[in-house]
Ligand binder design. Sequence first.
Ligand SMILES: Cc1ncc(COP(=O)(O)O)c(C=O)c1O
Ligand SMILES: [Zn+2]
Length: 412
Amino acid sequence: MSTDSAMNSEVLVCRRHGVTANPAVPWLCGECGATLSPPRNDVVMDVDALRERPENIYRLHELLPVGRTPSIGLHTGWTPLVHARQLGGLIGLENLYLKLDCYNWPSYSYKDRVVAMALQRAVERGASTVACVSTGNVGNSLASLAAAAKVRAVIFYPSGIEPAKNIISSVHGAEIFQLQGTFDQVNAICRELALKGVVPFVNLDLRPYYAEGAKTIAYEVVEQLGWRQPSNVIVPVAGATLLTRIAHGFEDMSHLGMTDAGGGPRIHAAQAAGCAPIADAFAHGESAVRPCVPDTLAKSLAIGNPTDGAAALDLIGRSNGSASAIPDEEIVESIELLASTEGVFTEPAGGVVVATARRLAKEGVISPQESVVAVISGNGLKTQEVVASSLERVTQIPADADTVTGALLDAL
Ligand SMILES: Cc1ncc(COP(=O)(O)O)c(C=O)c1O
Ligand SMILES: [Zn+2]
């Protein structure tokens, strides 16, 4: 296969099991339950010719399930990859790089990539209303991208969503239903709606296309590193779209000869201890996850029954990676550590990743010279309440010149 039309076909495969029918849930593998993918397009790419292309998620459009001229998410992706010298120096990783999807367009999280890809597909199919089930950021991405595309957005949230995420979705004019239950309960209800075809869901029936959007992180990292793969990648995990598709993206780059051959990076999963089904299964050497009921301040990662949990465990194991579970206090500490060393304000998902990097360095799982890419997937401006205690460091003084001078001289 080497044409755009191949990528636009409706054929879907499991990367582990090939074509597997699943009449019950057509977008998941009938064998292992993982989200299916469009088949890989074995196109030969001229790396030099790519330089002229727009810096967005469609840069390698031949490898993505969209038509030749996509219109949604033209400013999404190509986020900075920065060498984190100060943070890396402190935690003992000299070659630590941050992939800053906390500055993604339009809604400051990695979800802009996946939602743009699914919405593009939905619009190509003629949809005028598109829905999602979300722990916060998917809803923000859909609300914003759909508003600009003149598509009606319907969002289903569980209880406990951070106020800013609710407001951001609402201000864009989306229809929002907040159900009194966990994400997994809301997801089960929405899955029935999607199966009945009531409305298309970006992360249910359109999930195979949504998931492809996350591969673009790996494509960008390889190009930003000068067509090289890092030795390690640390990925925050909820439903495990991000982790599985970053792994697929690196596989694509090797397979197509666009980067050094070899096994690809070790894949390290980062979860909150209050919702760590994948880290728990990994610690016990199991190949399937046991669902849990989340209890963590990392609301965006609060998925107790990850759709791609088993696929993630397989990829982590095959890459000689790891899976960590980070307690809430350490997440908050790590948000502050990242902000105070690199000037980057992340939401808890990024705190989980930074804490995982620190642990892996401390335990010697990653040695000081190895290259590491840590995916900072969401922005702290949306979750300010988790670091509200930092207000205690603000000195309150009267508006009196002498007092101010004295206080300043004491502080210097
Ligand atoms: C900021 C952020 N990072 C990471 C994730 C995890 O994504 P996934 O469900 O693909 O594992 C989410 C999911 O909502 C998120 O909002
Ligand atoms: Zn499968």
